[in-house]
Design a protein around this ligand. Structure first.
Ligand SMILES: C[S@@+](CC[C@H](N)C(=O)[O-])C[C@H]1O[C@@H](n2cnc3c(N)ncnc32)[C@H](O)[C@@H]1O
Length: 430
């Protein structure tokens, strides 16, 4: 018999985790039986909890216990080796998105296509498509219903959605390629402070910071804009959290929201649809919203405005919304962005910053911490910036403009991002 990867005490932990998982699964099933069934869909969101808050917590605990159980079951060696090889799965996904294979696999339920025919459509030898697709099938992406044939499953179908396809393409191309240059970048710029001293700069042999680089290649900027919209599709980044995190209804009729760095306008669209009294101005670099169209009912209440947030804010708005902007920048640069807004704020105006707030190590669940630390690594790799704790945020606001005051912090249930509300201190308002 081959040597077992787990010892007796680990087996005890496995038994106890398995019992926990059983209990949690039964509790979720009971909750699901009490609430009306949700129809199956190709929704990109994880399974919607059937009841309120305790169901969300049970789901969190279930995922956490499953992760711990799997870790114990595979053992340290296999765990480390699996992590170290994961880039190969990423490469398979990169090729599949690059070749746009998802769109070439038949969409109909139970339909499939042979690898041979699929490869012919992209003018490649069969093995160039069958091998990555077969690897992905072991990760539940696509399936092989009969030997030599590939079909969609509920995961691969998500790649048929343009925005999610762009998100996966961004992660597996720009982000993945840059990640592989992290060590050389750290060697070259050990204490990098500049936005153009990153792994991305080495990977793409450019001296431009990420967004300027994207802006110099409009197709990349357009893809990134779609990718950002795709990222808001998961539960944790859903735009509903933006709507829930602030009392928008309390803003008077005609109030103006400047959506600073608003990309293609998806945040403004969600806000304007949910709050009929608001007018939104989406500010971004020109390429971010070129060719962008809006649904007819909101066209009169949302407009696009070319604005570089490194120059003074031209709008006197009631709310300046910065969702997922400041985490992209090192402190001194983030301060410049905030100062440019603070200088234009009229009395009563607010800055709303929607960003992750890092919890101290070990205080959240391991899975939650992993997600924020993955994002933190992305910040290091792509932008030379970082995710921040609450005290980091408070000192950043103070350094940017000491008249700015953090007056409220909210974090909707299940949201990865918190909303921080800043006002000018009363005695500093002119
Ligand atoms: C991470 S995305 C966030 C988009 C959006 N706020 C959201 O929450 O999904 C950052 C946005 O900042 C924009 N951006 C980057 N540099 C900019 C600049 N100098 N001035 C204005 N917008 C900029 C990018 O084009 C992109 O749309």
């Amino acid at each position: 018999m081959s040597q077992m990867a787990v010892n007796n005490s680990q087996l005890d932990s496995i038994v106890s985790l398995a019992e926990d998982i059983g209990k949690l699964a039964r509790s979720l099933k009971a909750a699901s039986a009490r609430s009306p069934p949700t129809p199956p869909s190709a929704s990109p969101n994880s399974p919607t909890p059937p009841e309120g808050c305790h169901v969300i917590l049970d789901m969190v605990r279930l995922r956490q216990s499953c992760d711990e159980l799997l870790f114990l079951a595979v053992g340290p060696h296999e765990h480390l080796m699996a992590m170290a090889q994961h880039h190969r799965a990423e490469a398979a996904l990169q090729l599949v998105t690059h070749l746009e294979l998802a769109a070439l696999v038949p969409r109909e339920e139970c339909a499939s296509i042979s690898y041979e025919e699929l490869a012919a459509k992209v003018h490649l030898p069969t093995h160039r498509v069958s091998r990555p697709l077969r690897l992905l099938a072991t990760y539940h992406v696509f399936s092989e219903p009969a030997v030599g044939f590939v079909a969609h499953n509920e995961v691969s179908r998500l790649l048929l959605e343009e925005e999610l396809h762009a998100t996966v393409s961004y992660y597996t191309e720009e982000s993945f390629r840059s990640a592989s240059y992290l060590a050389p970048a750290v060697e070259r710029w050990p204490d990098a402070q500049e936005r153009n001293e990153t792994a991305l700069n080495l990977a793409y042999d450019t001296r431009l910071p990420k967004f300027d680089f994207f802006d110099s290649e409009p197709w990349r900027a357009a893809k990134f804009r779609k990718a950002m919209a795709g990222m808001t599709r998961g539960d944790r980044f859903a735009l509903q959290h933006l709507i829930d995190a602030f009392d928008w209804a309390a803003l008077k009729n005609g109030s103006v929201v400047a959506d600073v760095g608003g990309g293609g306008g998806h945040c403004s669209l969600a806000l304007a649809e949910a709050n009929l009294q608001l007018r939104c101005v989406v500010q971004d670099l020109r390429t971010a919203f070129q060719g962008q169209s809006l649904p007819q009912p909101v066209q009169s209440r949302i407009r696009f405005m070319e604005h570089d947030f490194f120059s003074p804010q031209p709008l006197e708005a009631d709310v300046y919304l910065l969702r997922w902007i400041l985490h992209d920048y090192p402190d001194k640069v983030a301060c410049r962005i905030l100062r440019n807004i603070a200088g234009s704020m009229r009395p009563g105006a607010r800055i709303l910053i929607m960003e992750a707030i890092m919890v101290p190590p070990g205080q959240g669940t391991r899975l939650e911490e992993r997600k924020s630390r993955l994002l933190d690594m992305a910040m290091m790799i792509l932008l030379n910036s970082r995710e921040r704790s609450l005290s980091d945020w408070i000192s950043l606001f103070h350094d940017a403009d000491s008249s700015l005051e953090l007056v409220n912090v909210t974090k909707p249930e299940d949201s990865a991002l918190s909303l921080m509300e800043l006002r000018r201190k009363r005695n500093s308002e002119s």
